[in-house]
Every structure is written in structure tokens, then in C-alpha cells.
Design a protein around this ligand. Structure first.
Ligand code: NAD
Length: 335
């Protein structure tokens, strides 16, 4: 194993991961990655342009001398002084509402952003981890989706800006591995939820929680029988760190194979919030995938990873955070 993640109890050996760059670290997933790395004693340089994230997500880390937040657009030149052992690329609009309103920024994050961060990894001889997505499978004709499935993507549809940007980023990561000796790795992340999601990011779970807590109808797209498999954020972050610490190039799926209909998610959220909201069916967006479920056997085999937090437990933790943060239906806009 090339790099070891130090646990709080373990000693720092020569191959221990000491300093990480987390691009997109002020976002939902990135901020949890920063927390997890700091908990393991890794120095973190968080780069973010606050396009869809906010400094509030990492405000609790700012007094920590092992953490630094730098406003930086990774589609511009990225310069980082000093040694770096890990570059994790999470910088991209991620929710459909975000990437549909930010199409060019999304394509640039996957293309130019990936170029610059792979260049940084090459310069520093660091491990590079790309946060890719289940969206590379498009509207899948193979179910569940193993990593060997090549996908069914409409390259000129509205979602293409995200899907194709990630597919390009994957190709670039693989090419840097084969032709420039960069220790790159690709993780395909499936729908993840938890504290610090934005109430207005347009994804089903934050939208439903916000609507349920406000006593408004939960707007379910179509008949709601399309499926999603949702993973609690702590599990996902464990998988990302296992990938960072390992040698496998990927792509490796990370997600929870517990598949549920969107209608069931809505009903569970009504129950978990104690809301009296009803369900309201609205038009289904174009190219909305009808099924989505990861095959996570490769992650189990090569990372020893599988999700542990049950949907209802994760939901209760998320709703508790939502209430404590006071997101009772109002928009939480990034800075
Ligand atoms: P997010 O929008 O909360 O976080 C993305 C972060 O990247 C934000 O803080 C944003 O400001 C930053 N960013 C965007 N463009 C940037 C740029 N050019 N330079 C610097 N920073 C930039 O989204 P998230 O849900 O935390 O997703 C993080 C990553 O994981 C994304 O790459 C996304 O594609 C991937 N992913 C997430 C999910 C999920 O369910 N959350 C699923 C699949 C893939």
C-alpha cells in the first residue's frame, strides 16, 4: 500500500499521508472530507471558489492550524507551495439545478479543473482522486451498474454538461496515469445525502426535507416510481479516504445499493419530520434516470468498504441537523 492514512492512535511512518489538497472542500462532500482528514491528523489545504459551496461549511475548521481555506478557481492555474501527498478533486457543481444553471462552469471544472489538478499531482508526485459520478452511466440499460458498464448518455441533452464533463475527466485521469505516471484514481459516486446539503440545491432529499418542515407539499417528479439508491455522507467519505489511501486506479463505485422509489423517499421524509405535508406530482425532467443502483462488489473487494448507515438512521441524523441549523424552509444560498 502506497500511502497510509494515519488514524489518531497510529504513528506517522514514512508513507503516511501528511498533506492533502481538497478542491471543492467548502462544498457538501468536500467539507466532510476535510473534517475526516483533519480527524486523522492530515494537514488540509482546501481550495474553493464558492460557486456552489460556502465557507460556512468549513467555518468550524478555520481556527485549526492544520487547516487552510484558500479562495481559488481550479479552472485557473493552481499553484500550491510545499509538499502534497494527495490531491482530491471534488470541485464541480453537482446537483442538476446547479449544473443546469452553470453549464459552462461545469464543463470547465471537469476539463480545465481536472487538467490543473492532475498537473499539481504530477508536480508533487501525489495520489490524485477524481470524484466522478454515477451520471457517467446516464439512463442505464444495465441494472445495477457495475464499473464495466459503459453507460447510456445523451451527449447533447441538458444533463450532458455534467455527464460528459465527468466522462472527459475520467479519460484525462486515466491518460495521466498511463502516459504521465500520475497515481490517479477514479471514484464514481452515487447519490449521497446528509448534513450540509443546501436546502435549495434542487436534489430530491433536501427539497423534500425543506418542504416537509415548511408544511408544503412534497413535489415528486412524475409518478415517483423511478428509483434512487442513497448513501449517507459518513459512509461515502470513508470510501473516498479508503480510495485515497490505496493503490487501485478505479473506477470504483461508491454508493449504497439500498434502492428505493422516489415516492418512498418522500413518504419516509414526511414520517421522519412528523410533517402533515401531502405529495404533489410534478413534471419529470428530461433524461431523468429511471433506475439507479450501484454494484459495489469491487469497492468491497479492493477497499474492504461497504456502506453501514441505514437509510432511516441517516435520514434522522440529517433531519436533526436541518432543524438545528434552522433551515426551516428558507433558502441557504452559497456566498
Ligand atoms: P457541492 O456543490 O456541494 O460542492 C462542490 C464544491 O466545488 C463547491 O464548494 C463549489 O464552490 C466548488 N467548486 C465548483 N467549481 C469550482 C471551481 N472551478 N474551482 C474551485 N471550486 C469549485 O457538491 P457535492 O455534492 O459536495 O459534490 C462534490 C463532488 O462530488 C462533485 O465533483 C460532484 O460531481 C461529485 N458527486 C457528488 C454526488 C453527491 O451525491 N453529492 C454524487 C456524485 C458525484
Amino acid at each position: 500500500m502506497r500511502t497510509q492514512l494515519r488514524t489518531p492512535a497510529s504513528d506517522a511512518g514514512p508513507d503516511v499521508l501528511r498533506r492533502a489538497v481538497v478542491a471543492g472542500g467548502a462544498g457538501f462532500l468536500g467539507s466532510h472530507v476535510c473534517d475526516a482528514l483533519r480527524a486523522r491528523g492530515v494537514e488540509v489545504l482546501c481550495l474553493d471558489n464558492f460557486l456552489t459551496g460556502t465557507a460556512r461549511n468549513v467555518a468550524h475548521l478555520l481556527p485549526d492550524p492544520g487547516f487552510r481555506l484558500v479562495r481559488c478557481d481550479v479552472t485557473d492555474y493552481v499553484h500550491v507551495p510545499g509538499p502534497v501527498d494527495l490531491v482530491m478533486h471534488l470541485a464541480s457543481p453537482a446537483s442538476p439545478a446547479d449544473y443546469l444553471r452553470l453549464p459552462l462552469q461545469t464543463l470547465k471544472a471537469g476539463s480545465l479543473g481536472t487538467w490543473h489538478l492532475l498537473g499539481l499531482a504530477k508536480e508533487k508526485d501525489a495520489r490524485f482522486v477524481l470524484a466522478s459520478t454515477s451520471e457517467v452511466y446516464g439512463d442505464p440499460s444495465v441494472h445495477p451498474q457495475p464499473e464495466s458498464y459503459w453507460g447510456n448518455v445523451n451527449s447533447v441533452g441538458p444533463r450532458a454538461v455534467y455527464d460528459e464533463s465527468k466522462r472527459y475527466a475520467e479519460a484525462l485521469s486515466a491518460a495521466y496515469r498511463s502516459s504521465a505516471s500520475v497515481d490517479s484514481a477514479i471514484v464514481r459516486i452515487f447519490n449521497t445525502f446528509g448534513p450540509r446539503m443546501r436546502a435549495d440545491d434542487g436534489r430530491a432529499i433536501p427539497t423534500f426535507i425543506t418542504q416537509a418542515l415548511a408544511g408544503e407539499p412534497l413535489t415528486v417528479a412524475g409518478d415517483g416510481l423511478q428509483t434512487r439508491s442513497v448513501c449517507y455522507v459518513d459512509d461515502l467519505v470513508d470510501g473516498l479516504l479508503a480510495m485515497a489511501a490505496g493503490e487501485h486506479p478505479g473506477p470504483v463505485n461508491l454508493g449504497n445499493p439500498d434502492e428505493r422509489t422516489v415516492l418512498d423517499l418522500a413518504r419516509d421524509i414526511i414520517a421522519a419530520t412528523g410533517s402533515r405535508s401531502a405529495v404533489q406530482h410534478i413534471e419529470r425532467p428530461q433524461d431523468d434516470p429511471s433506475v439507479r443502483r450501484p454494484d459495489v462488489r469491487l469497492a468491497e473487494q479492493v477497499l474492504g468498504w461497504r456502506p453501514r448507515v441505514a437509510w432511516r438512521d441517516g435520514l434522522d441524523r440529517t433531519v436533526a441537523w436541518w432543524r438545528a441549523a434552522g433551515h426551516l424552509g428558507e433558502s441557504v444560498r452559497p456566498q
